[in-house]
Design a protein around this ligand. Structure first.
Ligand code: C2O
Ligand code: CU
Ligand code: CU
Length: 461
């Protein structure tokens, strides 16, 4: 759905019913459809005028994940759209072409609302990047893939809970859906095809590869193109991370995209989520009944009658953003805490622990940091027990290092989520303001952690 400056573009949060598997229907949420929402396309240098309506009996927000819009348009927890109300806004789009997304962000309910369907893709187009020479025929050789794991009852009803262990490790399902469909098959032309992968799961980490071991090209990260295509055979995506990859189907062979089951790494060498007491293993998509740790995500079938538009990839990508942060003026640190209050032990015995950042659980009326517009900073993020995907609103950042090792921009591109399995340093700057009545958020994007308070908020002025 093209979102230009004209009036009349809208999405409405609605409740519906859907049968995901053969079996029972479940109540789901969606944006103008029964689960998830339409892909919104916005163009750089143009206003995107959109009305968000709420036809549910609960409050929602529309957070534009990854967009550089001011705090009052960001759709964070302070911008709740009450039942029956709507919000019209014009977003000024001025950032690189890329794969972004939108989702509800009501404090304490984000996990549940996104899980039931209040999320969708948002693509930014930019005439500079249009010359990059990538496949770009949407739905034909440019395929959106929202990857989510979900849990179902025996009867096929969607299940969710955010207590106890589900809270501590994040809720994990045992089936993978792509755009709401279990193990989908996509027909593709015999040539280069771009896949826009979004890990839209609440907590699961994927390590994608092709079952036949074929290499592919990583062409974009969270927030725009990489300087040049990067050949890979595997790519890891934590919750909310995106990657655009280009796969060559010229040999006509069908292909299967699979993922390893990535356990939640615990600090000190332990693991969570690998079968057993911690649960969370894939069953429905599993390759083998012995608990093998690879599961299928999607299949591709090549249609020999369809000629590919792109035969070879360019050596470098036109329109890739050049990071330009200048000299950092200060440093801030963020410690992602799981040991506060009742912490881990409390959760094991069924309580609701407080998770937090720098010893504080999120509070709507406390501003945690005050930043200056246009001033570059280094943020150092550390995790005390398990790894977390740390996300910041309102801008894109550059990852400088992880666990003390320098990270090459050419391998990640600009990002808005960083995987913290120890420590990470990012270089960050804000060019949009956020006032105290609608501040920006930083948080863990494991949605159960965010809802339990692993989030903070800040102003930019
Ligand atoms: Cu994708 Cu604060 O969220
Ligand atoms: Cu966000
Ligand atoms: Cu977390």
């Amino acid at each position: 759905m093209d979102i230009g400056e004209e009036a009349g573009n809208r999405i409405d949060a609605i409740a519906g019913r859907k049968a995901f598997l053969d079996g029972a229907e479940t109540q789901v949420l969606g944006w103008s459809q029964d689960y998830l929402g339409p892909t919104l396309r916005m163009r750089r240098g143009r206003g995107a005028r959109i009305t968000v309506g709420n036809r549910l009996e609960q409050g929602i927000t529309a957070h534009w994940h990854g967009l550089h819009v001011p705090g009052w348009q960001d759709g964070g927890p302070h911008s709740v759209i009450a039942p029956g109300r709507e919000l019209e806004q014009t977003l000024e789009i001025d950032q690189p072409a890329g794969t972004y997304w939108y989702h509800s962000h009501v404090h304490g309910r984000t996990g549940e609302q996104v899980y039931h369907g209040l999320a969708g893709l948002l693509l930014i187009d930019d005439s500079e990047a249009a010359d990059a020479g990538l496949p770009s025929d949407y739905g034909v050789d440019d395929i959106p893939m929202i990857v989510q794991d979900r849990s179902f009852s025996r009867r096929g009803e969607l299940r969710y809970d955010d207590d106890g262990m589900a809270l501590m490790q994040g809720f994990r399902g045992d089936r993978v859906l792509v755009n709401g469909a279990p193990t989908p098959v996509a027909g593709v032309p015999a040539g280069m095809v771009r896949l826009r992968l979004l890990n839209g799961s609440n907590s699961r980490v994927y390590r994608f590869r092709f079952a036949d071991g074929r290499a592919f090209h990583h062409v974009a990260g969270d927030a725009g193109l990489l300087p040049a295509p990067l050949r890979r055979t595997e790519i890891q995506l934590a919750p909310a991370e995106r990657a655009e990859i280009v796969v060559d189907f010229a040999n006509g062979h069908p292909a299967r995209l699979v993922s390893a089951d990535v356990p939640m790494p615990m600090m000190g060498g332990g693991m969570m989520g690998r079968g057993g007491m911690m649960g969370g293993m894939m069953s429905g998509n599993s390759e083998a009944s012995d608990g093998s740790d690879v599961f299928e995500v999607a299949r591709f079938e090549v249609d020999p009658g369809r000629a590919a538009r792109v035969a070879t990839l360019p050596a470098t990508l036109a329109g890739a953003p050049r990071p330009d942060f200048g000299e950092p003026l200060r440093r801030r640190s963020f410690r992602l805490d799981m040991m506060m209050g009742m912490g881990m032990m409390g959760a094991m015995f069924g309580g609701k622990p407080d998770l937090g950042i720098n010893g504080k659980s999120y509070e709507m009326d406390r501003i945690d940091q005050q930043l200056r517009l246009g001033e570059t900073e280094i943020w150092e993020i550390s995790a005390d027990m398990m790894a977390h995907p740390f996300h910041v609103h309102g801008t894109s950042f550059q990852v400088m290092s992880r666990n003390g090792r320098a990270v090459d921009h050419a391998e990640t591109g600009l990002k808005d989520v960083v995987w913290v399995d120890g420590t990470a340093e990012i270089l960050i700057r804000f060019d949009q303001p956020a006032r105290p009545d609608a501040p920006y958020m930083y948080h863990c994007h494991i949605l159960e952690h965010e809802d339990a308070g692993m989030m903070g908020q800040f102003t930019v002025s």
